[in-house]
Design a protein around this ligand. Structure first.
Ligand code: GFB
Length: 320
């Protein structure tokens, strides 16, 4: 059942993260006053009893499941048990509690790394489970695939209106800028920003710089979540019969091109040294967004604009 009231009780799981915080800002701006969220210390989503208790007490009508253990290529590769274990626990607990308490619609957030490493580009939703995964993030991907399948199974067996959005690499205000665990865009923004400040002549970029990535601004995926929650059921499942929708900006860049773009925004120029002891990961993961476009949604923010906003946010943080 779609979202049609500003008074609806909407639970945002993961409201402190890059995506969840953007969702809270977006929904608040749009006049949704009945948002529910809990800090991790108040509600550990890996704790099944606690999650069941929360849903029984607050009975959310709509849920956005943006809580997840996430990180960049090295974090994924270094902590496989955390990435598969925490994500399986979080999503299983939230999805089963949402089913049992009769949530009207749930949006489950995942990532385009669920698709096979060598799949044709752009990646269509139908390519799911047609080939082997990228090894650096297969643990996270397997957990997310299980989440997509659990949503599909709940819909098939119990008629739950649970839909999955698979987004490309996200970035934006509130991102993780830690150089060991972050994704590439915040890492490079920090490295280039620091080079400008200190006058350093070069920055180190992991891998060969040739992999291609598609980047989506966090405020745009928040906009897509609201858009999907508002879609009438008939239209939504006509566009996505399996309840799976890709969300992206529609074009990708190489890591080397991203460095150039960031240098342009920051206003500095330094040489690049490639650290090829670090992994490249998947060569490309551009998504086919025709399903969500057919419903009428398109990413509003260009990559350059998004980087500009994120850099402005980063400069306001004392620790960065
Ligand atoms: O964003 P990222 O960490 O993850 O890395 P993935 C993207 C590419 O940027 C890789 C290169 O080719 C990296 O080698 N890169 C260059 C860097 N310099 C850096 C740097 O300083 N830091 C980082 N982190 N990368 C993740 C998955 O894959 O994407 C997750 O591991 C998830 O599961 C997420 O799907 C969206 O795009 O390779």
């Amino acid at each position: 059942m779609h979202l049609d009231s500003k008074h609806a009780r909407i639970y945002v799981a993961g409201h402190r993260g890059l995506l969840g915080s953007a969702i809270v800002r977006r929904f608040t701006r749009d006049g949704y006053r009945n948002l529910l969220f809990r800090d991790r210390c108040a509600l550990d989503l890996r704790d099944q009893a606690a999650v069941n208790g929360f849903f029984a007490e607050h009975k959310p009508e709509f849920v956005i499941l943006a809580a997840a253990r996430v990180g960049g290529i090295l974090a994924n590769d270094t902590y496989p048990a955390d990435f598969i274990g925490d994500n399986l626990a979080i999503q299983t607990n939230v999805l089963s509690a949402a089913f049992r308490t009769g949530v009207k619609r749930l949006v489950f957030l995942g990532s385009t790394c669920i698709y096979p490493r060598e799949a044709p580009q752009p990646l269509k939703e139908s390519y799911l489970l047609t080939g082997p995964l990228e090894p650096t993030n297969e643990w996270y991907a397997v957990a997310k695939i299980a989440g997509v399948k659990y949503c599909q199974a709940l819909r098939r067996q119990h008629g739950c209106d649970f839909v999955s959005l698979m987004s490309t690499n996200l970035y934006g205000p509130g991102d993780n800028f830690d150089l060991k665990t972050s994704h590439v865009l915040p890492a490079l923004l920090r490295k280039v920003g620091e080079a400008k400040r200190t006058g350093a002549r070069h920055i180190t970029v992991w891998g060969t710089g040739t992999p291609r990535r598609e980047f989506l601004y966090s405020e745009d995926i928040a906009d897509a979540c609201l858009f999907v929650l508002r879609q009438p059921e008939k239209a939504l499942y006509k566009a996505a019969p399996d309840g799976l929708l890709n969300v992206g900006i529609g074009h990708d860049v190489t890591i080397n091109e991203l460095v150039e773009l960031i240098q342009g925004v920051v206003g500095t120029s330094c040489t690049v040294r490639h650290d090829t002891t670090k992994p490249d990961g998947t060569p490309r993961k551009l998504v086919d967004t025709s399903r969500i476009q057919r419903l009428g949604w398109k990413a509003p923010t260009t990559l350059r604009e998004g980087i500009r906003h994120t850099y402005a946010w980063m400069r306001q943080q004392e620790s960065l």
